[in-house]
Design a protein around this ligand. Sequence first.
Ligand code: SAH
Ligand code: SF4
Ligand code: F3S
Length: 472
Amino acid sequence: MKQETTTIAAEDIARQQGFCQDLKNRFLVGNTTPTACVDTFGCQQNVADGQKLMGMLQEMGFTLTSDTKTADVVILNTCAIRDHAEQRVFGNLGALKHNLKQNPNQIICLCGCMAQQERVSQRIKETYRHVSLVFGPHALWKFPELLYNVYQSKKRVFSVAPEDGTIAEGLPIVREGNIRAWVSIMYGCNNFCSYCIVPYVRGRERSRAKEDVLEEVRGLIADGFKEITLLGQNVNSYGNDLEGDYDFADLLADIDKIEGKYYIRFMSSHPKDATYKLFDVMAGSEHIARQLHLPFQSGNNRVLEVMNRRYTREKYLDLIHYAKAKMPDLVVTSDVIIGFPGETAEEVEDTISLVAEEGFDALFTFIYSPRPGTKAAEFPDPVSREEKQVWFDKLLNVQNKNSGIRHQAYVGQTIEVLVDGESDDEEFPLTGRTEGNRLVRLKGDKNLIGDFAMVEVTGCNTFALNGVATPN
Ligand code: SAH
Ligand code: SF4
Ligand code: F3S
């Protein structure tokens, strides 16, 4: 049976706009230049959420700033994926407390995935009493009302009740620049990989209606955006909760019909739900970048099973071999966890051999971090951090060699690059991305920024290609 997804009613969103106006007229009226800072941690979904928070703040009359010291409102939009991410935020909260001596009226808010964990919200309640507002991802759409309540009541406000989650359409968004844009096509996750906190803090999987996604993408292309990345924790299960059998590949095919010169990217894909149909659509499309981020996490079948990933090494290899056969120029990247509880040195070798054999263009490697509340956090974990670091470094060495070889293969070629900004390198003053999302530093005229250029690749290192824009 399909799950019921609740969409927030348009009048409830309109009510929030009312709170924006009230804040502006009642509380911020005397302050001619109220400023707000949104500091976002974590993945692109959180970045997309941060852009909505900025949109709401602008409606309230705030000018956005990156200066946490002077801002009237500071929002830490947090990530809970690894312990390190949380420690950074607690560090920032300490610094903000210190700063309150200079800026005593500052309102400090904590939101995002950390806030949705009871363990964290309790700690904030008890020990970080200078934080005025705490809300989880589920309450993002009613941020105006929550901030209004903080100003009105002069009391601390917490909105962190667990829920399955909703879909809120029509929130304002402040995008960064007008070259690349993020579009969430779904929220939440149902997969419960045993190490992962996301399903506990982001709720159940829910897909936006296809018309809403298509309308947003059409609007972005009409506004001149050149690269649009569709976001979801597992975009391959898009549509599972909607009526009918319209799936992610169908959505991509429909987006591809929109005319213009642009790239479509998407992330993340879960191998258990990736289909040949998806790769067929990619291969036959005009706009879908020949790039695939397909995290495999481990190359060992026992570890994959205890991770609850629900695919095997063989299934994973079959998928990427199929995709590469359909698209020989496909750029494949992946995520890997090293040091999962109970993982042995031999099992790590299976991960290393997969990386050595498949030659990923880039790999995001993480040492396992126990997340309280997840299954894996209860598993015995006898291997020391030092030993895990040795395994990690070994994997990284293999990958760095791979990246070097892959980058070297571009040298001498002329390739299409989306030029997106300026670099601080004098010799190669512009930056861009290839269709495969490789970073390029290039020589060329500034007015290329925001457009596609043909670039002759003249050199490289492990993280970037260097090149020269060629006259067309
Ligand atoms: N939904 C995405 C990934 C989201 S998190 C997917 O399934 O592909 C991004 C990456 O962080 C994961 O792919 C995983 O490699 C890593 N990660 C997640 N939980 C972790 C943990 N507890 N410790 C270390 N790495 C973790
Ligand atoms: Fe986490 Fe797995 Fe969901 Fe990705 S698919 S967000 S790793 S539970
Ligand atoms: Fe972090 Fe939440 Fe994203 S935990 S990785 S910000 S979904």
